[in-house]
Design a protein around this ligand. Structure first.
Ligand SMILES: Cc1cc2nc3c(=O)[nH]c(=O)nc-3n(C[C@H](O)[C@H](O)[C@H](O)COP(=O)(O)O)c2cc1C
Ligand code: SF4
Length: 797
């Protein structure tokens, strides 16, 4: 009965207790929830990089297992930070310290070498001689005459404004001559007689008329002088240099093929022969109905630069064909400097100068590191003091990767590379030369809008952990699985590669056909392809180097070989991130890449997983290099598996380029392994079919048949209103990078960075779309000997 009574009272009792204590209970519960939420927030919060918020995935938190043995020996990465959670944000937080340089190796920077001037290329003595500029013109209706007198005025007042530098030759007031009134023999059969110690520099400004005029007579005279067997081959070789500017009319003669400035081009050609190729500045051409003032201004600026070079004893530069070596004359017609000719010429110079290699390096403008093997020279390297692996032999110090005295150095420089410090390299690619001459850019222009003459190709690590069968550097490449070399600092590398690149561009100024406006543009690098040879992310300070490039508004494409997952995870965002996919399965990858790492396949797969996660913060690309007989047959499904795993924004499929060395032969690679373009196209079609059958929305976006390259892209990301938009808005990339505009990458309702979609540029141009070939119609297509449209379509690599 008692218990029945108690049970009956219980609800009322509980209610009473609740009423008495409800306020403190509710308050405690609310506080507890707040504390838990706050703790979760603190735990989940991630560091932001100083420049702009670190981009991160809005949807995926994939964990990529990074094994401790994958961490580089001399790492700047914090293994705990990476292994705790290899999501890119975590990995990037390990980078932050390197960007801010709070952590990481101590750098001891050596002194830069003094800027020693290149040697003069003629007998002109800049300490005792004088320069006399002579300006020649012809004009029928007065336009050329008017611009000539403006030019003379501009150059004249520039000369009088020059404060004589102690060491420079004086430049005299220019003299102007109308070609119609001079004694032709006085100036164009031999160099004019003058006071001793005075040498001449010719400027020729002429219009073009497609009818018979005095201009025709001038041209005929130049030609006859050249062909006269009684006269020296190069009777005007005495001149210090020359340059021509043409006036034409694009309304009547819109392109060079249709005769725009054709007579100026002729004069330029004959003068090259008569002077033994002393073209001091590229032929300038101005449209009198349009851009003439701008083009003439650029040309005058170039002339001033050339005059200063001569006055200070540097002559016309390093003397590639067309800029100063009479021995090279005679084939101006063929012109045409095969793409490797400049390299060949450089090679000859390098051979001749091997004994004076130190001077060579100094010629680069004082910015290049000198090997420790060179005595009495300040060593501008960074003695990076990372922790070396415990070794039984404690006296073993890090060595130079490519010492200046090594056969590797010799071999690489012969191939046209300039070695910066002891482990970085830079080279001008054939497309840069081609673009300078208006003959087309590489596929990166068709696909992404990168003009080749604004692009520098470089690497901070010539060493690599693979020995790919198609590598351009067979027998010359340093290899290794760990970074064990003396390390140059990123600022020294940046200064070195840019100075060497500019020097190489300058060497092209006298090459026939170089367009003055493109030459001027090329003196401001806008893009860096970190891909040349070797493995760029092998370099321990790669993040700092990228940061420096970006701070100069140089966008970055970085290609890695999928063998260094720890470094890849820690990489700061680049403009476009590539992974080379040289095979679709383990056996094939072993055969083609010949990797040094035993766990190469695990490393490869980890890199794909990292790429998958990072696809939200930067444009990611698979680069497939197809080698017939190695990685094409029956591999379509395998490649589709890899694409499905990493979901890159783009897939570039390219036929291998045959490097033609004996080393390539020794690994069984011949021309038979180079696929025809039609075979590459078939492969691409099959790959897309396979991807679509798996509901992966990839399509064929663009092609560059000229280099046997096809682009697939993710339709959901890089198609706008049914039209491909594969190009990059570089300006917007830097705005995002510098935090001047907000990206659209959200997390927890907060903007955390940008997405690749935030810097998508213009639509892919029609001519670049699949089926249209990919060659910009504004450029001039030049077929190599023995090739024609048909062969080229099939075979061009
Ligand atoms: C009859 C005639 C033919 C011409 N032929 C060409 C030509 O073949 N290519 C070209 O670029 N401009 C051509 N032009 C345009 C002239 O080169 C241009 O007007 C130039 O400025 C004339 O210079 P001048 O008046 O100083 O002599 C031609 C002009 C005329 C009147
Ligand atoms: S993108 Fe590559 S191929 Fe094109 S110009 Fe630059 S380095 Fe050369």
């Amino acid at each position: 009965m008692d218990s029945q009574f108690f049970l009956g009272q219980l609800p009322a009792e509980l209610l009473l207790i609740w009423h008495i204590h409800r306020v403190p209970v509710i308050l405690s519960a609310v506080s507890l929830v707040a504390i838990v939420r706050f703790a979760m927030y603190l735990h989940g919060r991630r560091g932001k990089i100083s420049v702009s918020p670190t981009p991160r995935s809005p949807t995926e938190k994939a964990v990529v297992e990074l094994k401790s043995e994958w961490l580089p020996e001399n790492t700047l990465l914090d293994p705990l930070a990476i292994n705790k959670d290899s999501h890119p944000e975590e990995a990037t937080s390990a980078i932050v310290s390197t960007v801010k340089a709070k952590k990481g190796p101590k750098k001891v920077k050596g002194k830069k070498l003094p800027n020693k001037l290149a040697k003069a290329t003629s007998t002109f003595n800049h300490k005792t001689d004088k320069i006399q500029p002579l300006i020649f013109f012809q004009s029928l209706a007065g336009t050329s005459e008017r611009y000539t007198s403006q030019t003379a005025k501009a150059i004249g007042s520039w000369i009088s404004s020059l404060v004589d530098c102690d060491d420079s030759a004086p430049i005299l007031e220019p003299q102007v001559h109308d070609v119609s009134y001079i004694e032709y023999d006085d100036y164009f059969v031999s160099a004019p007689k003058t006071e001793p110690n005075t040498r001449h520099f010719y400027l020729i400004l002429i219009p073009t008329y497609n009818i018979d005029t005095v201009l025709s007579t001038f041209l005929q005279n130049l030609q006859e002088t050249h062909n006269d067997f009684r006269i020296d081959t190069a009777p005007l070789a005495e001149l210090l240099g020359y340059s021509v500017f043409g006036f034409g009319d694009k309304e009547g003669w819109p392109t060079e093929e249709e005769g725009f400035c054709s007579q100026a081009k002729e004069v330029d050609k004959w003068m090259a022969r008569l002077t033994g190729r002393k073209r001091a500045w590229p032929l300038g051409m101005g449209d009198v109905t349009g851009d003439v003032e701008a083009r003439l201004g650029e040309w005058i600026h170039g002339i001033q630069e050339a005059l200063v070079d001569i006055a200070q004893g540097r002559g016309l530069g390093e003397g590639v064909p067309g800029s100063g070596n009479p021995a090279e004359s005679g084939d101006e017609d063929n012109d045409i400097l095969g793409d490797s000719d400049v390299e060949k010429f450089q090679t000859r110079r390098i051979k001749a100068k091997m004994s004076a290699r130190l001077d060579d390096v100094e010629d680069l403008g004082s910015v290049v590191n000198i090997s420790t093997s060179t005595p009495d020279v300040p060593i501008p390297i960074d003695f990076t003091t990372y922790k070396p692996k415990p070794t039984p032999n404690p006296v073993q110090a890090p060595k130079e990767m490519v010492p200046i005295t090594s056969p590797t150095y010799n071999a690489l420089t012969k191939q046209g590379y300039t070695i910066i410090g002891s482990h970085s390299g830079v080279k001008i690619c054939r497309w840069t030369k081609s673009a300078l001459r208006g003959r087309g850019s590489c596929y990166k222009y068709s696909f992404y809008g990168i003009q080749s003459h604004l692009c520098m190709e470089a690497t901070p690590s010539l060493s690599c952990s693979n020995k790919c069968v198609f590598c351009w550097r067979h027998g010359t490449n340093p290899v290794g699985t760990t970074w064990r070399w003396i390390t140059d600092s990123p600022d020294v590398i940046f200064t070195g590669i840019t100075a060497a690149h500019y020097q190489k561009i300058r060497m092209l100024k006298g090459v026939p056909g170089v367009r003055a406006e493109r030459f001027a543009e090329a003196m401001c690098i806008r893009h860096c392809a970190l891909s040349l040879v070797g493995e760029p992310i092998f370099y321990p300070h790669i993040n700092d180097l990228i940061t420096i490039l970006h701070s100069h508004h140089i966008s970055t494409f970085l290609v890695c070989n999928a063998q260094h997952p720890a470094q890849l995870a820690a990489l700061v965002p680049v403009t476009q991130l590539y992974v080379s996919i040289d095979a679709s399965n383990k056996a094939s990858l072993r055969a083609i890449d010949r990797p040094l790492h035993r766990d190469f396949w695990e490393r490869f797969c980890a890199c794909l997983d990292i790429l998958r996660v990072r696809r939200f913060e930067q444009r990611t690309v698979f680069r497939l290099t197809l080698v017939k007989g190695f990685n094409m047959a029956d591999e379509v499904k395998g490649y589709a598996d890899l694409i499905q795993r990493a979901l890159p924004g783009f897939v570039e499929v390219k036929g291998v380029t045959y490097c033609g060395t004996s080393a390539a032969g020794s690994v069984g690679l011949t021309m038979q392994n180079v696929p025809f373009y039609s075979e590459v196209s078939e492969f691409v079609a099959a790959l897309v079919e396979e991807l679509v059958s798996r509901d992966l929305g990839y399509g064929i976006a663009a092609e560059h048949a000229h280099s046997c390259c096809v682009l697939l892209a993710d339709e959901s990301r890089f198609k706008r209103q049914g039209r491909w938009a594969t190009r990059i808005d570089f300006e917007r990339f830097f705005e995002l990078y510098e935090g001047r505009v907000r990206g659209t990458r959200m997390e927890d309702g907060e903007v955390v960075g940008w997405r690749p979609e935030d810097y998508v540029g213009e639509e892919t141009p029609d001519w670049a779309l699949w089926g249209n070939g990919g060659f910009d119609p504004r450029d001039v297509r030049v077929w190599r000997k023995g090739k024609g449209p048909k062969k080229e379509k099939e075979m061009e690599m």
